[in-house]
Design a protein around this ligand. Sequence first.
Ligand SMILES: [Zn+2]
Length: 524
Amino acid sequence: MLDLVLYNGRVLTPAAAPLATAVGVRGGRIAAVGRAEDVMPQAGASTRRIDLAGRTLVPGLNDAHAHIWKIGHLLTTMLDLRGVEGIDDLTARVRSFGQRLPEHAWLLGRGYNEAAMIERRPPTREDLDRAAPDRPVVLTRTCGHIYAVNSRALAAAGIGADTASPAGGIVERDERGELTGLLHETAMGLVMRVMPPPGADDYEAMIVAALRHQLSLGITSSSDCGVSPALLAVYRAIDAKGGLPSRINVMPLRRVDGVSEPVPIPERFASDALRVDTMKFLADGGLSGATAALSVNYRHADQKGVLRFDREELLALCRETHDAGWRIATHAIGDVAIDQMLDIYESLGPHPRGIAHRIEHFGLPDGAQLARAAALKVIAAPQTIFIHSLGRNFRNYLPESFLPRTYPIRAMLDAGVRVALSSDAPVVEDDNPLVGMMAAITRRDKEGHVIAPEQAIAAGEALYGYTMGGAVASGDDLNRGSIEPGKWADLAVLSGDPLSVPPETLPDIKVDLTLVGGRIAFER
Ligand SMILES: [Zn+2]
């Protein structure tokens, strides 16, 4: 007998079983999918019944690339600077947030984006000194690849007039040679290593807050792309007591900024809620902040971004990781970084467990790179939601010739590259998968500009990218990603049908109910 039956709906599986209207659940897994007359007879007196009343049932959505604890940090103890309008607005928020903190405590904020600020420049050390002279201030740019810090933070990190930029990073100076307070890429590590780390309880609160937020968006599985050993231990502890409200693929880092030795490879692990078998690397920086490694100069500056590793070092670390049976997921956005990674994945040869490596973001590949990626069976984890949220940065910063190949999802699919869609939140403020689907279909940014319209994909492809795509990318496709008998009953009830509404109205669809393993995990 079924534990639960959802009926009278439109079931998007999205695989076979057309015209399904009902789903039966037993023991946390899907037991039946089909027409009401096929499913309802399996229900009994004790079966819970949910009348979908014509609404749409989709597989639980998957965010294949996010930073869970950072989403949670903004939901708990970090100053949220997303949407900040200018330097005055930013410094006012820093000042008032500082008034609520203990004396001398570090003030951490995240989310400024100078392209969306009146002055079109990031905050400087002087701006932050004025707002908070008595405590270290560290503001992370929206991309997560640049810090803006004040003098107290520079002093705490021992960064002075003579401090050289570390390999793979920049300690920025102005034309007089003075420190601006901006630290790019690995230079962030100089400050990171002296910042008081969150405790295990803080991390747990962040993780649970973030996963609950995702459940409200219909997301039943996601990834935390890049965690430290301390954070991994917290995940293991929460999982051991059954405290994870949804399913998460946690990707440890091998190289942590500010630490000279690589992190030892941890034990691979999988439970129903937690998966630890993918290692995260970063080959370059971010596109919106112009640190992704390009073959030509950015439009606004005499720079081409940065590669974070030299090839031999990255190859050696990847080789150990690959030989130990891990999947590798490497952040590579610029064409130079993509080439580096394709070379490395090619050099690694066949995987001992027969699995495919990933390229995260995969922002600016050309046709030849897509063909190589397909031949290597690389899985791509790009973010169409960036088109919506960061389109302005792309239009301002990218060389003209690169715009038509910005997040080219159509070309990826046509080349045979498997695609898992995702948000990279908190890089974007609105991590709603329906916004990511909208941008995948319309290619329109927040200001109304269309970017590379020939790279648009269909609604069904976008939904697949946010469900099966992510399941494949995590190696979980036998358990989730579609509504099929035997898979976990991870489901979302939507107020409208994402495959038939006009794409620009996708974000108007509400998530009414989210189920994980057949249990209600969110209800609107
Ligand atoms: Zn990321």
